[in-house]
Design a protein around this ligand. Structure first.
Ligand code: BG6
Length: 485
């Protein structure tokens, strides 16, 4: 969001041989370099346990970039040779981090860098604490320039572990140095929620309990776990998607206008939303898991049939939740959240259903189905927004039909930037607006605490269907039917 110029710095990635760096961060950094958004002269130091040298790390990076079809081999090689370096952190003790500090200082001297440093923790959860501690104890929380630390998700497993992690971060770093990443906040359509709401009078004047009957937030995925079983089976959809991505969308949808556009004003309002929601009770949640199904005539295996998943695993791959945001604006209005893997479509959307007109004299019982008006924010794919409303079908008889007005980003702006690219530039600029503050992450874990501690049993759904029948009932009991598009 900021428009200042970022400065040349050392971008240090922990977990540099891992999937996230190779598949997401590296291609994003390369694209930023080609767009001149990676400040000229910046260097990337990959850190991991593997004993590699710079040359092998660079050769592997070229392969990863080619696999993501990021550019021509010659261009990729030139980028990797000039920008990438590697440090093997085989020993995570003070000695190991002391050696890392030495490497940083030497590299900065050789490369003419002033000491601005970004530490990106692209690590599994259990790697965060030793790395933060190692950095802090080696004095790497401060430098001759700025120092920032980016922490990937999952930020803890529950409230207690998130508080512990925040406590450790605060021991060495100021909150302004800490960037907790949620890549959904980098998506243009998620950022646009604020512009859509607060720059358009027609939207904001309708966005409340007087006009809206219910709100649905769906983040549906077509793919199953796809080779991430070890992480996913420990995590499940509630930790993997709901506590972070879905809850971030919820807070942006439900928040009040911030006093200003600065990071803290916006985050204060998001926190207030979390404070206005009562802790979710098990009766208001359905956890689901996909079983064997069929797509395009081909069998799709069930979650328990995935390699390395126990045949009695109770990890949820689907979650549906109903809740109320008990503040002035939304009192009494139900919100329905849903996410899942192996569903029929990849589709993330927010749907606001309007209340019915006070008197419906265009409809007589049994004549036709009157559909309530709906405003849909299409987060991905097919980004944009859609308004569904009723029109009269021409003719002497009064017949009413639902039509749609649509806005598609692609028609106006072409391809949208990748969320990671946006967020990386923001960290380089030191703009925390699109990052999650400590109290936000804790507030979100708190909300789901009782379900995490006592998860309701999993209900099953066939892969390539819209989740278990229990999720349908959960919504219907509060007068809602899930969207099927
Ligand atoms: C990640 C989750 O954070 O988000 C994945 O760990 C999920 O399980 C992914 O597939 C979805 O991201 P996107 O941007 O493809 O919607």
């Amino acid at each position: 969001m900021a428009s200042a110029e970022a400065k040349a710095h050392l971008f240090v990635v922990f977990g540099a041989t891992g999937d996230l760096f190779q598949r997401k961060l590296l291609p994003s950094l390369y694209r930023l370099a080609t767009q001149k958004k990676l400040p000229v002269g910046s260097r990337i130091l990959g850190v991991a346990r593997h004993p590699l040298d710079d040359a092998t790390f660079r050769a592997n990076a070229v392969k990863s970039l080619l696999a993501e079809s990021a550019g021509t081999e010659g261009d990729l090689r030139a980028f990797c040779d000039s920008t990438l370096f590697y440090h093997a952190l085989t020993d995570e003790t003070a000695t190991g981090f002391g050696a890392l500090r030495g490497r940083l200082e030497t590299l900065e001297k050789e490369q003419g860098l002033a000491g601005d440093r970004l530490f990106y923790l692209a690590l599994p959860l259990d790697g965060f604490a030793p790395t933060i501690q190692g950095l802090g104890e080696a004095g790497l929380h401060a430098s001759p320039g700025w120092t920032r630390v980016v922490v990937e998700k999952p930020f803890g497993r529950d409230l207690a572990s998130a508080q512990q992690l925040n406590g450790l971060l605060r021991k060495y770093f100021e909150e302004s140095q800490i960037f907790r990443i949620d890549h959904y906040l980098g998506k243009e359509t998620v950022q646009n929620l604020l512009v859509f709401r607060f720059a358009n009078m027609f939207v904001e004047s309708l966005w409340n309990r007087d006009r809206i009957a219910q709100v649905e937030i769906t983040v549906a995925e077509r793919l199953g776990v796809e080779g991430r079983v070890h992480y996913y089976d420990e995590s499940g959809a509630l930790r993997d998607m709901v506590q972070n991505h879905v809850t971030q969308i919820l807070t942006l949808v439900a928040m009040e206008p911030p006093a200003t556009r600065d990071a803290d004003s916006i985050r204060n309002e998001k926190v207030k939303v979390l404070q206005s929601i009562a802790a979710i009770r098990p009766d208001d949640v359905v956890r689901g898991q996909y079983t064997r199904g069929e797509r395009d005539g081909q069998p799709v295996r069930g979650y328990r049939e995935e390699p390395d998943v126990a045949n009695d695993s109770t990890t949820e791959t689907f979650v549906a939740i109903r809740l109320k945001v008990d503040n002035w604006r939304w009192h009494g209005i139900p919100f329905f959240l849903r996410t899942g893997k192996a569903l029929p479509a990849k589709s993330s959307r927010v749907i606001l259903t309007f209340k019915a007109p006070a008197v419906s004299f265009f409809q007589e019982e049994g004549e036709y189905d009157a559909n309530p008006d709906r405003m849909t924010i299409l987060i991905q794919p097919d980004e944009g927004f859609e308004l569904a409303f009723e029109v009269k079908v021409p003719g002497r008889e009064i017949r009413v039909q639902t039509e749609r007005m649509r806005f598609h980003y692609a028609d106006v702006f072409g391809d949208l930037p990748d969320g990671y690219e946006t967020l990386l530039v923001d960290v380089m600029l030191g703009d925390p607006t699109l990052f999650v503050r400590a109290d936000e992450v804790e507030g979100s874990w708190k909300l789901y605490g009782s379900i995490l501690a006592n998860p309701p049993p999993v209900a099953f759904y066939a892969a390539n269907t819209w989740g278990p029948v229990e999720a349908k009932k959960l919504a219907e009991e509060w007068g809602h039917r899930w969207d099927r598009s």
